[in-house]
Design a protein around this ligand. Structure first.
Ligand SMILES: Nc1ncnc2c1ncn2[C@@H]1O[C@H](COP(=O)(O)OP(=O)(O)OP(=O)(O)O)[C@@H](O)[C@H]1O
Ligand SMILES: [Mg+2]
Length: 234
């Protein structure tokens, strides 16, 4: 597989996934440029998380630095390790010196300051675990951050503060983002390009403005038809 230069365009081609004899991701090729902000939307079960996982695995195998906020914190946290250990491991994976990530700012924005890092994940609430996983994904300057429904478990104030922090973070490091969400309102404010999935395929990819104004695929039309998203806060 091609090993490209730091901050080069990220490329996958013909990525597919089968489970239990069924293809749940049909061959998918895509390119992500440095600093790109892409939203991945689609109905439940359309394959968004599957594509997110497959991208993270493939890019990491290519030697790219990718952080991931999976839809469930269980997928990111080792139940037998303390939160402090998991934090150090995340720093190591990004090649950061121990203690160099700005934990104070990240924890304060995500409202988890003062939490006991000696505990294991089950000593924290689910919402706190999710915020901790987001904070780990925002350390350092990876090539790409993949966030799968990152704000679905957050209250609106923390959700908006988190997305603002994320915006600043992406801009300062020219980091690319893939934001997986059901929430078109969130995507409309935060990404420049939208990809729509249906039945394990990307059925439409366009600029956010174009897609919201002139959706072409039936899945996109169905999503855009639900216009309650306009008023959402983040
Ligand atoms: N390990 C697995 N074994 C079998 N089928 C799976 C597995 N993981 C996912 N699937 C199936 O693949 C399809 C896509 O699942 P996926 O979780 O990627 O959807 P999604 O778009 O992320 O949905 P949601 O919006 O509900 O999170 C679904 O039909 C799901 O049942
Ligand atoms: Mg999902």
């Amino acid at each position: 597989m091609r090993q490209s230069l730091l901050n080069d365009t990220l490329t996958v081609s013909g990525l597919s996934v089968a489970r239990s004899g069924r293809t749940i991701l049909h061959p998918t090729s895509l390119e992500i440029s440095p600093g790109d902000r892409i939203g991945l939307v689609g109905s439940s079960g359309s394959g968004k998380s599957t594509l997110g996982h497959a991208l993270v695995d493939d890019f990491r195998a290519q030697g790219k630095r990718v952080t991931h906020v999976p839809q469930s914190p269980d997928e990111a946290l080792d139940p037998l390790r303390s939160m402090a250990f998991q934090w150090r491991e995340a720093e190591q994976a990004l090649g950061l010196q121990p203690g160099s990530a700005d934990q104070k700012t990240l924890f304060s924005t995500l409202n988890i300051e003062g939490s006991d890092l000696r505990r294991r994940p089950w000593g924290w609430s689910r919402g706190m675990q999710q915020r901790f996983v987001i904070s780990m994904a925002l350390m350092g300057t990876p090539d790409l951050i993949v966030l799968d429904e990152p704000t679905s478990a957050l209250d609106p104030v923390v959700a908006a503060a988190t997305m603002d922090l994320l915006d600043r973070h992406l801009g300062s490091g020219n980091i690319a983002m893939m934001l997986i969400t059901h929430d078109l309102g969130l995507a409309a404010r935060r990404v420049s390009r939208l990809m729509v999935m249906e039945d394990g395929r990307i059925v439409e990819c366009a600029s956010t403005k174009e897609l919201l104004q002139r959706p072409q695929a039936s899945a996109s039309k169905a999503l855009v038809a639900h216009r309650s998203w306009v008023e959402l806060p983040c």
